[in-house]
Design a protein around this ligand. Structure first.
Ligand code: SF4
Length: 269
């Protein structure tokens, strides 16, 4: 498995930090979520309308009852989408935000990825938007976590490829020469007393999380690894920060340390 390149962050309701293009990407996810909701409601309606013709033959009142059930399900889908949009827009934990994160991560993301593919939107664009939406929901929970319960998880591709030091054994081993972003991140961890782990793969990243048992993870990665990392970690809240790949994927990647510090300050008491 490729190393986890966990990463993106928001401001109001999670869009506090700009993405690389300076635009809040979660809008795309919200728009696709609305379309998905309409499609679900359409399917629910068809699920009622088609058998209605036959239900009448069983009992004259049956189509009415079944129709009512489907109307309630449709109402729940519409209300859920509305609540989700309101939560991310206001940046407040209005109602059951944790449950909404579950719905978005486990159910909506696969449906939205499928819809996006049908509409010709790239998977990475959808994933960037998903990460921004996830960050919004985490931010809306207004979590405050002590430094010793926060874990910053980095992909090892952030380290300069030619560096002889093995920071996977501990970021403190970095000699701080400044040729890669590890230096700034090591200093950040030291400044705030935060545990930082550098993982060489998704399996190792999961192992680190199981061992360290953090209450919140700030993860840096590429779109793919960040999306799978957020999914795998649920219900553990993960703030994702996308890395940049000026030299191509998985080698000498870079990250904006200021974004990580901003995410950190937003959750420190
Ligand atoms: S900053 Fe640290 S990890 Fe990066 S090249 Fe220098 S010694 Fe190696």
């Amino acid at each position: 498995m490729r190393e986890p390149c966990l990463n993106s962050i928001n401001s109001k309701g999670g869009d506090n930090l700009p993405n690389r293009q300076g635009e809040p990407r979660k809008r795309l996810f919200v728009a696709l979520m609305g379309v998905t909701c309409l499609l679900i409601v359409g399917v629910i309606y068809l699920g009622w309308w088609i058998p209605t013709k036959g239900l009448e033959n069983i009992h004259p009142a049956l189509p009415g009852y079944v129709g009512l059930t489907f109307a309630i399900l449709s109402g729940m889908a519409i209300m859920g989408t509305f609540l989700l949009i309101l939560t991310t827009a206001l940046g407040k934990d209005i109602f059951l935000t944790r449950l909404m994160r579950l719905v978005v991560i486990k159910f909506l993301l696969p449906a939205i990825e499928l819809l996006g593919r049908c509409m010709g939107i790239s998977r990475d664009t959808i994933r960037q938007s998903f990460v921004a939406m996830n960050n919004s929901l985490v931010a809306s929970q207004k979590l405050k976590v002590l430094p010793d319960r926060i874990l910053i998880l980095l992909p090892h591709c952030l380290q300069l490829f030619d560096c002889d030091i093995k920071v996977t054994g501990g970021i403190c081993k970095c000699l701080r020469c400044g040729r890669c972003d590890i230096r700034g991140l090591a200093e950040l961890g030291q400044r705030h007393g935060i545990d930082i782990s550098v993982a060489t793969g998704g399996t190792l990243a999961r192992k680190v999380i199981v061992e360290k048992r953090p209450k919140l993870v700030i993860a840096v990665a590429c779109e793919r690894d960040l999306t799978s990392g957020i999914k795998d970690c649920y219900p553990l809240p993960v703030i994702g920060i996308l890395n940049d790949r000026p030299s191509g994927p998985c080698i000498n990647t870079v990250v904006d340390t200021a974004k990580i510090e901003q995410a950190l300050l937003s959750v420190l008491p």
